[in-house]
Design a protein around this ligand. Structure first.
Ligand code: S3P
Length: 434
C-alpha cells in the first residue's frame, strides 16, 4: 500500500466528469446476469468493488466482456435459473454491496456457495441479511459463527414473506428483493426511512414487478417472484458519492468554480445537495434530465462561506457515504455542525465515526464523536498531518479534500484504497487544483 502527499491549493477550477455510479454498476452486472440476453452498459465504473462483482458472476458461468478504456461492459445473461455452482469460494473483496446482494441471489439457487472477502468485509455485520433470508426459508450460516463472512449458503426453494428491516439499508432491502425473485409468492420489505432505490428502479426496467409504497410502518417495497427479466442498455450516471469530493473541494477553497458533468441526482442519493444548501453553499443544477430512469444533472459549484448545520433523520440514508466529507465541509464552516442518527457509520468499510474523527483531529479540528454521529466546531484553521485512511476509500478522499485548505502538506497512508470506488481520484483532483 502506498502513501500520497497532498499540497494545499489556492483554487479548484475546471470541468470534470466523475466515474459511473458504483451502486448502479454493481446492479448492471447482477441484474444483467439474471436476465435473458445481453445487457450493455456505458460509463460503467471499472473499480475494484465492481470487478469483485464481475469475478463472482464469471465464476458462476456468466460471460462478461469489459472495455475498460471506453467504460463499456457487456453481460451475457442466461435467465433467472441458469447460474452454475462455483467450484471455489466467491471472493467479494472489500464490497458490502457484492456480499449482501449476491447472498440474496445465492439463497434461492439449486446449489451451495461459500462467499467471503477481505479483512474489512469479514468484520461487517451479516446478521441483517441472515435473519430475513432465514425467515424466507434460506439456509445461510456464518462459518465462524460470528454473524460475519465467510458465509456458507445452501441454496433452496424460498418462501415469500412480509419482512421488516430495523435499518434503512439498500443492501438489506436489495438482498431481500433479489431473494424474492426465487420465492414461491410475493415478498415485501419495510424499512424505517427510504434508502437508495436503484434496485427498485432498475429491476423494474429489466421487467420485474415491484411496488414501492409509504405505509404507516415505513417504506415498503414488494416484488413478485419468477419474472422474465430482459437484457437492457444502460447509461450509468456519474456517481454523486464521487462528485461529493469535488463539490466540497470547490466550496471550501477560495476562488473556485467546478462544473461536474452528468451526476446522478436520484433523491435517495442526493442528500449532500440539501446539506450544502443548508450550509449556505453555492451549488446549481444545470441540464437536468432523465437517463434510463435515473435523474442526472450537471452540478456547478462555487466557493462559498459555509455555516454549520444539523444533519439527521431521514436525510441520513440519502448521504450515508458522504458523511465523512460533510464533516470536512463542517470543519471549514463557521459554527457548530451536528450529525446524528448515523450509527450505521460504525459498520462501513471502517468505523467512520472513529476514522473521520481521527482524521480531522489530526489536522487540528475540534470534533467530538458521539454514539450516532459527530459534533464539529468549525471555522478554526486546519494544519496538514499524517492521516491514517484505515484503508477506507471514503476516508482517504475526504482527507485529500481537507488537505486542500490546510496549512502545510498532508500525507495519506494506504492512499491507493481509492481504487475501491475511484481509481483516477488523485489525478482528477490534481487536474483541478492550482
Ligand atoms: C449501497 C448501499 C449503502 C451504501 C453502499 C452502497 C448499495 O449501504 O453505504 O456504499 O449499493 O446498495 P447500506 O445498505 O449498508 O446502507
Amino acid at each position: 500500500m502506498m502513501n500520497r502527499t497532498i499540497q494545499p491549493s489556492s483554487s479548484v477550477r475546471g470541468e470534470i466528469a466523475v466515474p459511473g455510479d458504483k451502486s448502479i454498476s454493481h446492479r448492471v452486472i447482477m441484474f444483467g446476469a439474471l436476465a435473458e440476453g445481453r445487457t450493455d452498459a456505458s460509463h460503467f465504473l471499472m473499480s475494484a468493488d465492481c470487478l469483485s462483482t464481475i469475478a463472482c458472476f464469471e465464476k458462476m458461468g456468466i460471460r462478461v466482456e469489459t472495455d475498460p478504456e471506453a467504460g463499456l461492459v457487456s453481460v451475457y445473461g442466461k435467465g433467472l435459473h441458469a447460474l452454475q455452482k462455483s467450484d471455489s469460494l466467491l471472493y467479494t473483496g472489500n464490497s458490502g454491496t457484492t456480499t449482501r446482494l449476491i447472498s440474496g441471489i445465492l439463497a434461492g439457487q439449486t446449489f451451495d456457495s461459500v462467499l467471503s472477502g477481505d479483512a474489512s468485509i469479514c468484520k461487517r455485520p451479516m446478521r441483517r441479511i441472515m435473519d430475513p433470508l432465514s425467515r424466507m426459508g434460506a439456509d445461510i450460516r456464518s462459518e465462524n459463527e460470528n454473524e460475519c463472512c465467510p458465509l456458507r449458503i445452501h441454496g433452496q426453494q424460498l418462501h415469500g414473506a412480509d419482512l421488516t428491516s430495523p435499518v434503512a439499508s439498500a443492501q438489506v432491502k436489495s438482498c431481500i428483493l433479489l431473494a424474492g425473485l426465487y420465492a414461491d409468492k410475493r415478498t415485501s420489505v419495510t424499512e424505517p426511512a427510504l434508502s437508495r432505490d436503484h434496485t427498485e428502479r432498475m429491476l423494474s426496467g429489466f421487467g420485474a414487478k415491484i411496488l414501492s409504497e409509504k405505509t404507516n410502518e415505513g417504506y415498503k417495497a414488494s416484488i413478485e417472484p419468477d419474472p422474465m427479466l430482459k437484457g437492457q442498455t444502460i447509461l450509468v450516471p456519474g456517481d454523486i458519492s464521487s462528485a461529493a469530493y469535488f463539490i466540497a473541494a470547490a466550496l471550501i477553497t477560495p476562488r473556485s468554480e467546478v462544473l461536474i458533468r452528468n451526476v446522478g441526482i436520484n433523491p435517495t442519493r442526493a442528500g449532500i445537495l440539501e446539506v450544502v444548501r443548508r450550509m449556505g453553499g453555492n451549488v446549481e443544477l444545470l441540464n437536468e434530465k432523465d437517463a434510463g430512469g435515473e435523474p442526472v444533472a450537471d452540478v456547478l459549484v462555487r466557493s462559498s462561506s459555509l455555516h454549520g448545520t444539523e444533519i439527521e433523520g431521514e436525510l441520513i440514508p440519502a448521504l450515508i457515504d458522504e458523511l465523512p466529507v460533510c464533516a470536512v465541509m463542517a470543519a471549514y464552516a463557521q459554527g457548530r455542525t451536528v450529525i446524528r442518527d448515523a450509527a450505521e457509520l460504525k459498520v462501513k468499510e471502517s468505523d467512520r465515526i472513529s476514522s473521520t474523527t481521527q482524521m480531522l483531529r489530526a489536522m487540528g479540528c475540534d470534533i467530538t464523536p458521539t454514539d450516532d454521529g459527530m459534533i464539529i466546531e468549525g471555522g478554526a484553521p486546519l494544519h496538514g498531518a499524517l492521516i491514517d485512511s484505515f484503508k477506507d476509500h471514503r476516508i482517504a478522499m475526504s482527507a485529500a479534500v481537507a488537505a486542500l485548505g490546510a496549512e502545510g502538506e498532508t500525507t495519506i497512508q494506504d492512499a491507493d484504497c481509492v481504487d475501491i470506488s475511484y481509481p483516477q481520484f488523485y489525478a482528477d483532483l490534481a487536474s483541478l487544483c492550482s
